[in-house]
Design a protein around this ligand. Structure first.
Ligand code: ADP
Ligand code: NI
Length: 203
């Protein structure tokens, strides 16, 4: 069981946890993933509380932010222990968190519907209008150029669209996620087309 107060406290916990982070893993990313994951869970009939808690805790053991707990998900475990989450729900939340990561689990299918909802929601936050904004925020904070048409290997933000963002629609694991992805991917492609046409002075 996951008590109501656990979900409420998790919101407060992550707001404090990410204070001041500019790497694209801020508390608002977590809140967006939570809201969307819960929506997908409702549409898919997944266990809503497991999805909600996994979404709220999905980045608190990220290796970039908390390298010492990245392997054992120590922050998420400690939070759930303090909130007396039952063992089966703790295990369900932990495997959903482990299966979110793009780099570690790119191709593997999620092991549960709950995992699938959280993973789809996290990936959906990288596309659409929010995804465009996050990509350029990330590029800016890493001193990257917007675009470099003379060098296909340049680490530009536009290159990130081709390397990752345009591939995400086909990586959805739920039907509900796929429906959201269709719209967000179309927005991304429209943005890219407009950007490149403006770049060449055509529009
Ligand atoms: P996650 O850990 O959730 O898989 P990342 O840390 O890779 O995600 O990315 C966080 C955000 O930063 C995403 O919106 C992603 O698109 C963006 N991002 C990551 N790498 C780049 C990059 N090289 N250029 C532009 N944006 C990036
Ligand atoms: Ni995330």
């Amino acid at each position: 069981m996951i008590g109501r107060h656990a979900i409420e406290d998790a919101r407060v916990y992550v707001s404090g946890f990410f204070a001041g982070d500019a790497s694209g893993h801020d508390a608002w990313h977590t809140m967006r993933v939570h809201n969307l994951a819960v929506r997908l869970a409702r549409e898919e009939g997944a266990h809503e509380d497991v999805v909600a808690l996994a979404a709220l805790l999905h980045d608190v053991d990220d290796s970039k932010l908390s390298p010492n707990t990245a392997d054992d998900l120590g922050n998420a475990c400690a939070f759930m222990r303090q909130h007396e989450v039952t063992d089966d729900d703790t295990q369900a939340v932990l495997s959903a968190i482990r299966e979110v990561s793009f780099s570690k689990n790119g191709g593997a299918a999620p092991s549960s519907l709950e995992s699938a909802c959280v993973r789809d929601a996290d990936r959906l936050d990288a596309i659409g209008a929010i995804g465009v904004a996050r990509a350029f925020a990330y590029g800016g904070s890493h001193g990257r150029m917007l675009h470099d048409p003379t060098n296909a290997d340049a680490a530009t933000t536009i290159q990130h669209f081709y390397d990752k963002l345009l591939l995400l629609e086909d990586m959805m694991a739920t039907d509900a996620g796929r429906r959201v992805a269709q719209r967000r991917d179309a927005y991304l492609r429209g943005f890219l087309e407009e950007f490149l046409a403006e770049w060449d002075g055509e529009r």
